[in-house]
Design a protein around this ligand. Structure first.
Ligand SMILES: *Cc1c(COP(=O)(O)O)cnc(C)c1O
Length: 437
């Protein structure tokens, strides 16, 4: 092999891998209402967040730059798994007999099997740069906790995770992954924080919730000097980090001469949806393209379709700033559905805002329906979607069937936010997602 013409080896595919995150706030006709201080209820100063987040993260959260550079060190690590594949769903198209063209972006190719690593790596990098010793966070089903544990191990930052007790006991797989990376994992509610003890003292077997686990992690971060908090969704900066997904998809589709008519994602806190959709929202706002956007949520936790748009806390103890968002209320405890990553009472302020502007169409599906869609997709494509991602699959199938009825060659793009290989029990309990099983 003649390597004389190669200057330097790199895993980076520079043709597709973005060098910047895209910040949609630079292109919006109006901005969402600002976050408020939890006590004074006045707009938050960036300095108010310094006991909680790294300074670099706070700068990303407040940035109004359209394109924010991705540091070289992070681009190098992204290259372990990015660009993720953009797949033309040949099998699904055939199974549905539809003239629609269905593309999906496979974020399950990430190291921990979901899109969460995109922001985890960036956040761990920012923490390491400021010599922050420990990042503390919460996790429900464990996708976020395992992504941050991996990122912390890569950048030399310790990771401590409060894991919702039901998941800790029922889904040991994700906990084992976190511990293998050296993270410490605590069942939440725990007796170790005031926010946790309130519930733990009454019932040491309290099942827990994401809201309680967030309060515990925040409390610990604020109390300990070399410790900061890390959040895996909801915030503007997290959605911005996820835009590598949509930027890649845009280039990958353009390389085939395609552009989506509709972009679909599931929504828990809103980050994988924002990540795939926002670069295309820019095309609609700035280039006048007629692209539709569908955000899909579970019937058991319908914050976008049923929640009020108002100021609310992001946690149960009321420690977080007040965010202007679609919310079911900070005390809302969703039924224990299998799409654990979608069981959050609120919705990203940016996604809430775009829904109120009529740019995003929210949609809701019941659990039986999404397991059927996930099973159909598995048989057709050979990839098992995470139960969360199956919400996007279900909407993509419905759009493809609508195109079939209309005899239209619609182009559909959806985000397959993660794989379901650690969710096999959930598929088994739902009759393998098939009606006749
Ligand atoms: C966490 C998670 C979600 C939901 O979170 P968003 O912030 O709304 O993206 C969806 N899919 C997978 C696979 C997840 O891990």
């Amino acid at each position: 092999m003649n390597m004389s013409s190669i200057k330097r080896f790199s895993a980076r595919d520079t043709n597709v891998l973005p060098s910047h995150f895209y910040n949609i706030k630079a292109d919006l006709p109006t901005l969402p209402k600002p976050p408020l201080h939890p006590e004074t209820r006045q707009p938050l100063n960036p300095q108010d967040l310094e006991p909680v987040f790294s300074k670099g993260f706070i700068a990303h959260e407040g940035s109004m730059e359209r394109f924010v550079p991705i540091p070289d060190a992070v681009q190098e690590i992204f290259a372990l798994y990015r660009p993720t594949p953009l797949i033309y769903a040949t099998g699904l198209k055939k199974a549905l007999g539809t003239p629609a063209h269905i593309f999906y972006k496979y974020e399950g190719a990430g190291p921990m099997g979901s899109h969460k690593s995109n922001t985890a790596l960036m956040q761990a990098y920012l923490a390491a740069r400021e010599n922050i010793e420990t990042l503390v966070t919460e996790t429900g089903a464990g996708q976020w906790g395992s992504a941050l544990a991996h990122a912390g191990a890569l950048f030399g930052v310790k990771v401590k995770v409060f894991m919702v007790r039901v998941s800790y006991r029922q889904k040991p797989g994700r906990r084992i992954l976190m511990e293998m990376f050296g993270a410490s994992v605590e069942e939440s509610p725990s007796p170790k924080t005031q926010s946790g003890a309130r519930f733990y003292d009454q019932n040491p077997d309290h099942p827990g919730s994401l809201g309680i686990a967030i309060s515990e992690a925040l409390e610990l971060a604020v109390k300990s000097p070399a410790t900061r908090y890390s959040l895996g969704s909801v915030l503007d900066a997290v959605l911005m980090h996820q835009t590598v997904i949509g930027q890649e998809a845009d280039l990958q589709m353009a390389a085939q001469g395609a552009e989506p008519d509709v972009v679909i994602g599931c929504v828990g806190g809103g980050s994988n949806f924002g990540g795939i959709a926002f670069p295309f929202v820019r095309k609609r706002l700035k280039e006048g393209r007629s692209i539709r956007f569908i955000a899909v949520e579970p019937e058991a936790c319908p914050s976008l379709t049923q929640g009020e748009l108002r100021y609310d806390h992001g946690d149960t103890a009321g420690l977080t700033p007040l965010l202007y968002m679609h919310t079911l209320g900070m005390d809302f405890v969703p039924a224990p559905i299998h799409a654990g990553g979608l069981r959050y009472h609120g919705m990203a302020p940016l996604v809430s805002h775009l829904a109120s502007l009529g740019i995003i169409e929210p949609r809701v599906y019941p659990q039986e329906h999404i397991f059927e869609a996930g099973h159909l997709f598995f048989k057709a494509e050979g990839i098992l979607p995470a139960p969360e991602s199956s919400h996007a699959v279900a909407a993509a199938i419905d759009e493809a069937l609508k195109a079939k009825n209309e005899g239209r060659e619609k182009v559909i793009l959806f985000n397959l936010s993660g794989h379901g290989l650690l969710d096999l029990n959930a598929y088994a309990r739902n009759g393998n997602g098939s009606r006749n099983a």
